[in-house]
Ligand binder design. Structure first.
Ligand code: CDT
Length: 306
């Protein structure tokens, strides 16, 4: 047995005027709650320090600079790092990153029990649109605010296992899980902000919870890995977002799920050896995969009808 107790630390909404200090106080409260439930690793959502600012468009992107972090830990987040180190718990945190060369990424970090940054992941699949779409009830201009990362999906030896990261829309793409599966991933950490109203096709609105569970449970099962999906849910600046944070086993079963759409912690004891029940049987990649017939997956982007 290789037990790792993980916490999904869901956030309720962060409004536009909530400053970093007030958000960090909430994160520390969640961290303490998770620690009291024996968590060793606490997973926070995507863009966990600010409101989901891509819902607004600004003509000059530098007007949005204040939503981004230029260093980590920053002055505002230092107390979270200090508290985690004091308690001896690791955490995973999503935030907007502005690099010193002016690049903007949707980023998530993995922090060890000693407070040091083990790994950084930058979102690969950037959804939404790049230009202002004034007819929408709200914008989803992630493609304006974030550059898609070319660094891909890493997996790191940490917390006694093989840990990978992805962010929100990445969870809808089977390639995200598989690239990590091929590096022996045992637990994937994923923060998300998912508006319940999908403007391009509102027929999907009532299916948001179903689709969220569908992709993460399938990805877990098909790659023999735990998946920890963590929401920023509730009504943020008038936009209602999915909660349903969950911890999913390599069997595809949900081990723990939040019940509210506010700040809430759920935990599960994850035996990482459970992954081998799948990795060494049905999904023994070395034995059963056929990469020689999967060429189209990496050689083309969209469908080619011949
Ligand atoms: N944050 C994020 O990636 N959200 C998307 C919303 C749908 S695309 C407008 C998601 O896949 O949940």
């Amino acid at each position: 047995m290789r037990n790792l107790t993980v916490a999904a630390a869901q956030l309720g909404p962060i409004q536009r005027n909530d400053d970093r200090q007030s958000v960090v106080i909430r994160l520390i409260d969640l961290l303490r709650d998770a620690h009291s439930k024996s968590a060793e690793l606490v997973v926070f959502p995507e863009l966990a320090l600010t409101t989901f600012f891509p819902r607004w468009f600004v003509e000059n992107i530098s007007e949005a600079d204040h939503w981004y972090e230029t260093e980590m830990p920053s002055i505002a987040t230092r107390p979270l790092f200090d508290e985690a180190k004091k308690l001896g718990v690791g955490f995973c945190l999503g935030y907007a990153e502005l690099t010193n060369t002016g690049e903007r990424f949707n980023t998530q970090i993995l922090v060890g029990k000693d407070g040091s940054i083990i790994a950084k992941y930058r979102k690969v699949h950037i959804p939404g649109h790049e230009h202002h779409e004034p007819n929408r009830p709200f914008q989803h201009a992630e493609r304006y605010y974030f550059k898609p990362s070319d660094e891909g999906f890493g997996v790191w030896s940490a917390f006694g296992g093989r840990i990978g990261m992805m962010i929100c829309n990445d969870r809808r793409w089977p390639e995200s899980y598989r690239v990590m599966g091929l590096q022996g991933v045992e637990m994937i950490l994923c923060g998300y902000n998912t508006p319940l109203h999908y403007v391009p096709d509102p027929t999907q609105d009532v299916l948001q919870g179903f689709h969220n569970a569908l992709v993460m449970q399938s990805g877990a099962y098909q790659n023999g890995t735990f998946v920890v999906g963590v929401a920023k849910g509730g009504i943020e600046e008038g936009v209602d977002s999915l909660a349903d944070s969950s911890i999913i086993a390599p069997s595809g079963e949900i081990l723990a799920k939040t019940q509210t759409n506010g700040d809430e912690v759920v935990t599960a004891v994850c035996d990482l050896d459970w992954c081998n029940n799948y990795k060494k049987t049905l999904f023994d990649f070395d034995r059963y995969r056929r990469p020689e017939v999967y060429g189209r997956i990496t050689s083309q982007r969209g469908p080619k009808i011949e």
